[in-house]
Design a binder for this molecule. Structure first.
Ligand code: GLN
Length: 486
């Protein structure tokens, strides 16, 4: 039986559009119908505009008919996490404080996708301001995991993952500050890539922790991720941390010889790792070894400090970034305020959810005079040590292989303790602190039928190598081709 349309890969659909076997409008209509049927149960979208999507799709068909198609993304429906600005569309960051906010401008990635002809479909739900690992921190209700609707899709880009896993979009964008693309990709059986810090512009991304945030793609395959990455990467004068790097043809690079020295960081296989995940990742290690890769154990000795450093640095930056939501310039404005100070306090108290408040308070504390040196400055020094660990490992190996998440998708409402939630990021956070690229790739299923992901970590700006290495694994396995029964 052939794969149903919503589960065909972006690359397949691009070829079919190109051959005129299918029109962009037909594809969009199929996804709209499916989305309407599934959303009451999946709830991956914060909002969507079917009329607008069909207009974009019709414009794509018109370009193609005129011989002016713009490449593989032309006519492909892509969903954006609701922290990425699109002119004229709501931009809420899943927060009450931005509930009625409509973006007056496009993020750079949005503009690039539009230039490539993609059909932007929906605003995908997430944890409020991208703070969380389960999507349960959204002010608009949690997203369900398509593989088991009683479980979380991961977070914070849970809507981006769930919408793709459910066949409501063909690819999506998320943002990753401590694992928010890779962890939901793992929990939903998808490929997710967090690019090197500086490869993709952050202009128009609602800022959480600016020195860690990166936008990146979700796809069904490494090829799909390669195609979307090519479209969104590249230098942007509007983002001062954007790097002047060449953007290679990542898809063409999939066929090039992949790097062959793989390091297994011993600190990433300890206590707390689910045995079924451990076994699936070990099997992937064996696969690469059997393929002739040189696999060796390496050490990242400061791993145990990653979580602490992250929750100091990320909250400090968040407290500063979120100061702009004051009820004056934009967003929710309290009606109960008596004077200016009261207006700031009440607007913020009413507009932010509990986790966001917790982090603003924590971040303000670690930056306050008297504590700055003890916490923030110290965390920055630890961050340097963590980055050095990775760079030292890369003197011996080309890439690192680890689990993505210590556990598979857990039940909605199961984890109530914030620390238990923070611990889910132990394998992903170091990558953000070090600014490295990393991908999560499907590598199996638990006995209960929940997806498992492996993480490949690469050297700065070597996404092409990373994807080529992942592609070797993907080609020899069928995990990515399974689809959930909803
Ligand atoms: N789960 C982590 C956090 O809560 C990472 C979030 C992210 O990458 N945006 O901060």
């Amino acid at each position: 039986m052939s794969t149903p349309l919503p589960f065909q890969s972006l690359a397949t659909l691009a070829a079919r559009l190109e051959r005129r076997e299918l029109s962009a409008v037909e594809l969009m209509q199929t996804l709209i119908a499916r989305t309407e049927a599934l959303e009451p149960r999946v709830h991956a979208f914060n909002s969507r505009d079917a009329t607008d999507a069909l207009t974009q799709a019709a414009a794509s068909d018109a370009r193609r008919a005129a011989g002016q198609a713009r490449g593989p993304l032309d006519g492909i429906p892509i969903g954006l996490k609701d922290v990425i600005a699109v002119t004229g569309q709501p931009l809420t960051a899943s927060s009450k404080i931005l509930e009625n906010f409509v973006s007056p401008y496009d993020a750079t990635v949005t503009r690039k996708l539009k230039d490539a002809g993609a059909v932007l479909w929906g605003r995908l739900g997430c944890d409020e301001f991208a703070m969380g690992s389960s999507n349960e921190n959204s002010a608009f209700g949690p997203v369900a995991n398509p593989w088991d609707l009683t479980r979380v899709p991961g977070g914070s880009s849970g809507g981006s993952a769930a919408a793709l896993a459910a066949g409501e979009v063909i690819a999506s964008l998320g943002s990753d500050t401590g694992g928010s693309i890779r962890q939901p990709a793992a929990l939903c059986g998808l490929v997710g890539l967090k690019p090197t810090y500086g490869l993709v512009s952050r202009y128009g991304l609602v800022a959480y922790a600016s020195s860690l945030d990166q936008i990146g793609p979700f796809g069904r395959t490494t090829e799909d991720v390669a195609l979307v990455l090519r479209a969104i990467a590249g230098h942007d004068p509007l983002d001062s941390t954007s790097f002047k790097a060449d953007v290679p043809d990542y898809r063409a690079a999939l066929a090039a010889p992949a790097p062959h020295r793989i390091g297994i960081p011993k600190e990433y296989f300890g206590e707390g790792l689910d045995p079924e995940i451990g076994a699936a990742v070990e099997a992937a290690v064996k696969f690469y070894r059997d393929r002739g890769c040189e696999v060796k154990e390496v050490s990242l000795p400061h791993t145990q400090y990653c979580l602490d450093a992250y929750y100091v640095i990320a909250t400090a930056e968040a407290s500063s970034n979120l100061a702009r939501f004051d009820g004056v310039r934009y967003g929710h404005r309290s009606k109960a305020a008596t004077d200016a100070i009261d207006l700031y306090a009440k607007s913020r108290a009413e507009g932010f959810g509990a986790e966001v408040k917790r982090r603003i308070i924590l971040g303000t504390y670690v930056l306050s005079s008297g504590y700055y040196d003890a916490y923030y400055l110290r965390a920055q020094k630890v961050r340097t040590l963590i980055r050095r660990d990775f760079l030292r490992a890369f003197e011996q190996v080309d890439a690192l292989l680890t689990p993505t998440s210590p556990v598979p998708a857990f039940k909605l409402g199961e984890k109530v303790d914030p620390l238990a939630m923070y611990l889910l990021d132990i394998y992903t956070i170091g990558v953000n602190l070090a600014g490295l690229p990393a991908a999560s790739v499907p590598c199996g299923f638990t006995r209960a039928g929940l997806p498992i992901g492996l993480q490949l970590i690469g050297q700065p700006f070597r996404e092409a190598d990373l994807l080529a290495l992942a592609h070797i694994y993907e080609q020899a396995h069928e995990w990515h081709a399974r689809t959930p029964q909803i």
